[in-house]
Design a protein around this ligand. Structure first.
Ligand SMILES: Nc1ncnc2c1ncn2[C@@H]1O[C@H](COP(=O)(O)OP(=O)(O)OP(=O)(O)O)[C@@H](O)[C@H]1O
Ligand SMILES: [Mg+2]
Length: 445
């Protein structure tokens, strides 16, 4: 992408309405525009990151054996009457009538609808296990939408639902989700800690929230700080291997880590003082095991191997896809702007032409741009007629992890400069070497 042809409406001033750094940088970097309280347009740069996050979520769900589909945003009130949640949900649910006076709602979540799909088509244990998920816009009429995409009213969520023949299989589905979520967040450069939580209006027996530590987080959390150094890394996981998956969950949930809802001071006090921490966190996901709560209410059952009919065991699992942009920025920025982890960056690398109109500089930039594209890397090439300082400021603000700077002086010596956004360190090398280095960094992503 050539910046001269892109749509990147960068703001010079700090927007007054933004209270936290991620909201401020998303507005300043021209990623989003507010259209009404808690409702945003995703401008091209923000949209690219959103799509990238979605892609990672899809890849990790599919790797875990979960199946994507797409349910509508609008739902009929009748389904929610069956589960009893139409009356229970409260003013966060946006309700309206269509022209035929039928009661409708904008889905805040999809347990009822997915149970309806299941009961219409599945009746035998032979079709289980089954986990269906989608990535779809939700609406919750939050009392206080704030912090940009972190607490919107309209927001993008991945929500998945497992159907299993018995409790053991459903617990395995729960564990599988936990591991797939850990992998998802790690690929985004995040440390998200699974914490024992409270189930709220979804209801259920077991639930963990995934929290990213950040001073601007809305949740109060208590943990043994050794939990923050656990990593899944590159290890091979066989998602069908119940014992292996359960073992990973145990590794990540044995040390104390809880939200204020389930916090137990007496247990907490037993942690050695040096490791006892309380902090703030951003909830980026939650998994629930709730058994037959919805299948009982809505008559979703299966015939088992011995011929008896049982309500199907279920759980539901959500990732805050749009909130993740805010969470990643809260966790990764400096005073100049965003620092995207390589996994989610809108462009892998930026090219800054220090002297547009200089034929050697122009040709070298074009050459780099094409050589990167040939390796599957779409650079953002700042080909505008601007001062170098302004170009650097834009690149720093939008946070591409790598920048190649091209100028006549370096080219006279056969070199360009490769700079890391995170460390600020620069290295001179030939344009070919710079392309190879960037390709190497992104190999396998
Ligand atoms: N208003 C919102 N704006 C953006 N993302 C949200 C919002 N509400 C929930 N999410 C995201 O969707 C995920 C799954 O939804 P869930 O039903 O667990 O939310 P929740 O527990 O009600 O969230 P919260 O406690 O923050 O209100 C959450 O973990 C969060 O990351
Ligand atoms: Mg939650």
């Amino acid at each position: 992408m050539r910046l001269s042809r892109y749509f990147l409406p960068v703001l010079k001033e700090n927007p007054a309405e933004a209270q936290i750094v991620s909201h401020r940088y998303m507005l300043r970097a021209g990623m989003i525009k507010q259209q009404a309280a808690g409702i945003y347009s995703w401008l091209p740069l923000g949209y690219r990151v959103l799509k990238r996050i979605e892609e990672i979520v899809h890849q990790e769900q599919i790797r875990a054996g979960h199946i994507p589909l797409l349910m509508p945003t609008l739902q009929s009130a009748d389904l929610w009457r069956e589960s009893g949640r139409y009356d229970a949900y409260g003013p966060e649910m946006l309700r309206f009538k269509d022209r035929h006076d039928r009661e409708m709602l904008f889905g805040p979540t999809n347990e009822e609808m997915i149970t309806d799909i299941f009961r219409a088509h599945v009746s035998s244990y032979k079709d289980l296990p089954l986990t269906l998920y989608h990535i779809q816009w939700k609406f919750r009429d939050e009392m206080r939408p704030r912090f940009g995409v972190m607490r919107g009213r309209e927001f993008l969520m991945k929500d998945g639902y497992n159907f299993d023949v018995d409790r053991d299989a459903a617990i395995h589905a729960y564990n599988r989700h936990m591991v797939s979520y850990l992998r998802t967040y790690e690929r985004m450069g995040l440390t998200a800690i699974p914490m024992r939580a409270d189930s709220g209006p979804i209801g259920g027996e077991d639930t963990h929230e995934f929290l990213v530590l950040a001073s601007t987080g809305e949740s109060e959390v208590f943990y043994d700080d050794r939990v923050t150094s656990l990593r899944l890394g590159q290890r091979d996981i066989d998602y069908d291997n119940r014992a292996q998956v359960a073992e990973v969950c145990k590794e990540f949930t044995t040390l104390y880590a809880r939200t204020d809802e389930t916090h137990d001071q007496a247990v907490f006090d037993q942690i050695p003082e040096a490791h006892r921490k309380s902090a703030r966190g951003i909830e980026v996901g939650q998994i629930f095991y709730f058994g037959t709560k919805y299948s009982d209410a809505m008559g979703a059952s299966v015939v088992t191997a011995d011929g008896s009919k049982v309500p199907v065991e279920m759980g539901s699992h959500g990732i805050g896809v749009s909130r993740l942009l805010g969470a990643i920025i809260e966790a990764s920025h400096d005073e100049k702007g965003i620092i995207w982890p390589e996994g989610v960056t809108p462009f892998p690398v930026g090219i800054v032409n220090l002297k547009r109109g200089d034929s050697a500089a122009d040709a070298a930039c074009e050459g780099l741009y094409k050589a990167l594209a040939a390796k599957g890397l779409e650079a953002l090439y700042d080909d505008r007629d601007e001062r170098a300082g302004a170009k650097f400021a834009t690149m720093d603000l939008i946070g591409l992890p790598w920048r190649i700077t091209v100028g006549p002086r370096g080219l006279a010596n056969g070199v360009v400069e490769l700079t890391s956004r995170r460390t600020g360190e620069s290295e001179e090398m030939s344009p070919e070497a710079a392309v190879d280095r960037v390709a190497q960094i992104y190999a396998g992503r």
